[in-house]
Ligand binder design. Structure first.
Ligand code: C2E
Ligand code: MG
Ligand code: MG
Length: 535
């Protein structure tokens, strides 16, 4: 039974509309400031066996010694009292303006008891308890109380900690995370753990969305700080999806919106929060449709591979081509890889698509003259599959292409997680005789350290620096620095995205060894290559 307490004096009394309270699936009793029942919903009257309006808190729970006024918040039951042979547990609910509410549940009713059971590990509420508390909080909002925000929290990299350091450390970590979440919240907020590493905070009594953003910022910051657990230093991060309740929304709606916002936060790069916006719904739907089309694209032969030449600046000759996938969709037209590769990665489809590109590219390269190189982009997700080396061997064998003619391009993303395993795979590929390039260099955040970890054959400087260098300043300085670094590490340097003769001239001055860009050749279909090479 929820026991809400509202001001009793004059016009400030905000009696909730009867029908709204009656719709709630659990008993609600509303007390005024003095602890007298001013309203009870149908469910409460049924449970208590009579109309209880007019009774006082003390009448209802005569054995409970603590006065109504002195009850304070906790995730643990505050009141254990009996009435009519039924034990009740009480939780302090969300506040309505300055006032507070209590939730009471019969202790012995199995369904209700389990519904409010705590999570053993963290002492937080579980999903059912969360739903109840949120439903109540929303009822009070409908009544004219301050708004409620939901924060859906998901830990990034928790699984890695669990897998590498063991469940003991994983449990310890979850407990610490729970502590930090509680520390970030006010007492009257409700915190729940609804899955392995998923938490939800119900923030009550917020004035506006800025209040919610402040808490979300605090959550991301606090959870993201370093943990020391049984001698291990552990770093994880939290993504948070925030949804502020809107009129007429139930607990399910708000939680769903929070979830959508969480999804957006993760897509935006994790370790951050996003606030739900109405457009996210539509964005998700269109993403789903794209995913459905993408799943069919391979079977329907909608993919092709285009090839962009790269030129050796010492000889001014084309020495190879980069394979770039193209998707021609019957109604969408040509979809850019920048738009569908991330989706293919999220859905795992990239493993199959990437393998198809690899096999196609190896076969195509067999017809090129002068033992030209073919460069293939490999997604970080393909590295995680741990069949990459076999797939590469099989593609080479199937085409009859010598390993020395295949170059693999990876981005820093591949080295972010499970670095040790990825390095092992990279070494295995190199031992086969492949060349390995670091692609889009300079766009990540820890590029330099990766150059020490693996002897890349080539660094491809991202086109933003090549093009930004037109204006001089920072880009030019970075370009110079990277080229110098490559030289001293004995790595070849490709400048990407060279579009003009001026850019090409500058690149030559910067000790770059290779160039790739529209100026020296756009990506072209396989059957355009021989005429391109003969001009
Ligand atoms: P990337 O690997 O850095 O490839 C270079 C991209 O820059 C290509 O875009 C290419 O068309 C474009 N480009 C080349 N020269 C110029 C230039 O002078 N100016 C401008 N503005 N752009 C230039 P594209 O083909 O749209 O591919 C985008 C990205 O998608 C690629 O970047 C790569 O990361 C990814 N991608 C493409 N194909 C595959 C694939 O088969 N597998 C995987 N995993 N990723 C791929
Ligand atoms: Mg590339
Ligand atoms: Mg690139």
């Amino acid at each position: 039974m929820s026991v809400a307490r509202i001001p009793s004096s004059g016009a400030s009394v905000l009696a909730p509309p009867d029908d709204m309270l009656d719709r709630l699936s659990h008993p609600v009793v509303v007390f005024d400031r003095d602890g007298e029942i001013v309203h009870a919903n149908a469910c409460a009257n049924a449970m208590l066996g009579r109309a209880v309006v007019g009774l006082a808190f003390a009448d209802l729970f005569p054995e409970h010694r603590e006065p109504f006024e002195r009850l304070t918040d906790s995730a643990k039951p505050l009141v254990l009292a009996t009435r009519g042979g039924v034990r009740y547990r009480a939780w302090l609910g969300p506040s309505v303006q300055a006032e507070r509410a209590l939730s009471l549940f019969p202790d012995d009713a199995d369904d209700v008891t389990s519904a409010v059971d705590e999570d053993e590990l963290t002492g937080l509420l579980k999903r059912n308890g969360l739903n109840d508390r949120l439903t109540q909080a929303l009822a009070l909002v409908a009544e004219g109380g301050a708004e409620v925000a939901v924060h859906c929290i998901d830990l990034d990299r928790f699984k890695i900690v669990n897998d590498t350091l063991g469940h003991g450390v994983g449990d310890l970590l979850l407990r610490k995370v729970a502590d930090r979440i509680r520390a970030a919240c006010r007492k009257e907020d409700c915190v729940a753990r609804i899955g392995g590493d998923e938490f939800v905070v119900v923030q009550t009594g917020i004035a506006d969305v800025a209040d919610a953003k402040r808490l979300a910022t605090r959550l991301v910051d606090l959870i993201g700080r370093t943990y020391v657990l049984g001698g291990h230093t552990v770093n994880i991060a939290a993504s948070v999806g925030v949804a502020v309740s809107a009129p007429g929304e139930g607990a399910r709606d708000v939680l769903r919106n929070g979830d959508l916002a969480l999804y957006e936060a993760k897509r935006a790069g994790r370790a951050r929060f996003r606030v739900f916006e109405a457009g996210m719904d539509a964005a998700l739907r269109s993403r789903r449709e794209l995913e459905i089309d993408l799943r069919r694209a391979l079977a329907l032969k909608q993919f092709s591979v285009h090839y962009q030449p790269f030129v050796d600046l010492r000889t001014d000759e084309v020495i190879g081509f980069e394979a770039l996938i193209r998707w021609d969709h019957p109604t969408r037209g040509r979809v850019s890889p920048a738009d569908f590769i991330p989706l293919a990665e999220e859905t795992g489809l990239i493993t199959k698509i990437g393998e198809w590109v690899l096999r196609t590219a190896c076969q195509t390269a067999m017809s090129w003259p002068n033992a030209m190189t073919v460069a293939v982009n490999i997604s970080p997700v393909q590295f995680r599959a741990d069949t990459l080396v076999e797939t590469v061997l099989s593609a080479l064998a199937q085409a009859g292409l010598p390993a020395g003619r295949l170059e693999i391009e990876i981005t820093e993303g591949a080295l972010l997680e499970n670095t040790g395993d990825v390095l092992k795979t990279l070494h295995a590929l190199r031992d086969l005789g492949l060349k390995i390039s670091m692609d889009d260099f300079g766009t990540g955040y820890s590029s330099l350290s990766y150059l020490q970890k693996f002897p890349f054959n080539k660094i491809k400087i991202d086109r933003s620096f090549v093009q930004g260098a037109d204006e001089g300043g920072e880009s030019e300085a970075i370009l110079k620095a990277i080229a110098g670094l490559g030289l001293s590490l004995g790595m070849a340097i490709t400048a990407e995205g060279v579009e003009t003769a001026e850019q090409l001239a500058r690149i030559r001055g910067e000790q770059c060894t290779h160039v790739q860009g529209y100026f020296t050749g756009r990506p072209m279909p396989a059957d355009g290559i021989s005429s391109f090479l003969s001009t």
